[in-house]
Design a protein around this ligand. Sequence first.
Ligand SMILES: [Fe+2]
Length: 441
Amino acid sequence: MSEDIEKFFLDRGCLIEEKAIAEIEKRGGIEYIRKNEKKIDFSSPIFALSDLPTVNEFSIVKEFHLDGYPGISESFVDIFRNRYQFLHSKLNERSKNHFFSPISKVKRDNGVVFASGMVAEYSAPTTGYGILEIEDETSSIKVILPKTYKDVIIKDEVIGVSGQFSRDGTAIFAENVYRPEVSKEPSLNGSSVKVMVVSDIHVGSKNFIEDSFLNMIDYVNTQGVSFVVMNGDLVDGIGVYPDQESDLAINDINLQYRKFAGLISRFNSNVRVIVIPGNHDIVYPTEPQNPLPKEINAMFPPNVTSLSNPVWVEIGGRIFLLYHGTSIFDFLEAIPGMTLNDTDKVMVEMLKRGHLAPEYGKNLSFIPLKSDYYLIDPVPDVLVTGHVHSHSITTHKGILAINASTFQEQTNYQRMMNFNPKPAIGTLVDTYDLSATAVKF
Ligand SMILES: [Fe+2]
């Protein structure tokens, strides 16, 4: 109610202009102003819109850069060594009554042993028993899973096992499998910031749905949304797949970004827009990916920030992990029965393994780094992926996981693959309680 807001300011010795009242109402009305009273300066006789505190502050928690963090290595070994050490320590942090030993230190006696390792080999249970080999820096051992074990093992993930040695000491008959699963205690937050999460805009494609994209911008500008996350594939790119030219409305990548820049300049200047690249953007295709190049960022208005893929940012007191999602296809290939409509389940598989992309050498090619940048560390409150052009929202162990929708309607390729995308859906996140709402544009 505008009278309440006017009275609130009058009680503190100042009048308030109409535009400021309208903005306060968008941000949550009198409740917003009560919560933020300490940030407000009541000293001028007429309080103006520009006197309101900015709401779009955020910080970068962890960002990749080719010339910086975490540094390039001579070989791929460092990634795997770091992955094993980190996840081994997480397994031990979480287990209350036992310690997972390095494989070479496990005693081959009659008792139950606990060991951890990275999965080097895995064969699915065609005989009834899944058989795998785990290894660490010192040794390796065969593990035979019980018949009752139904979960999928993915190559290069780190697991803990408990069980007894076979009589000849060459294998462990596992009774249990443990994972370095990440979780967060559910909590209410000090502030309520609205974040619109979208992905895969594909500007420049004949299938880009401009009307819906403009509707999304209009919604953000009028509904008190402070942040927009765009999770990669901002443009369709050039030469990303064979015969792409026939699918393009704009045949020049710079012009595609010009068009994208023109569209996002329609966001109100106080809306903060965070963009990361995807596999269609003008960044090398190996991962992690640098932020977009300077020449491209120079086209964007000042309220747009261009970051790496993946990146960890803090918005409204919550950590968002933004990852475009190339590894989703590796998970889909590894897990029988999962389809492109199961992105919620794939994200749960990532969280269970504490890792965004465990399997090496499939759809995703990596840069050899000094440490494993794809560990889910720090643990986010919100995991965002895109890439698939599907849409899902789920919560797992206190972590909100969003597979963000696209603004590209079905392409010829997708028609051929019999895949129906779920385009033009925004996911609106409230940082207060991590509620997420799908908004159709
Ligand atoms: Fe895409």
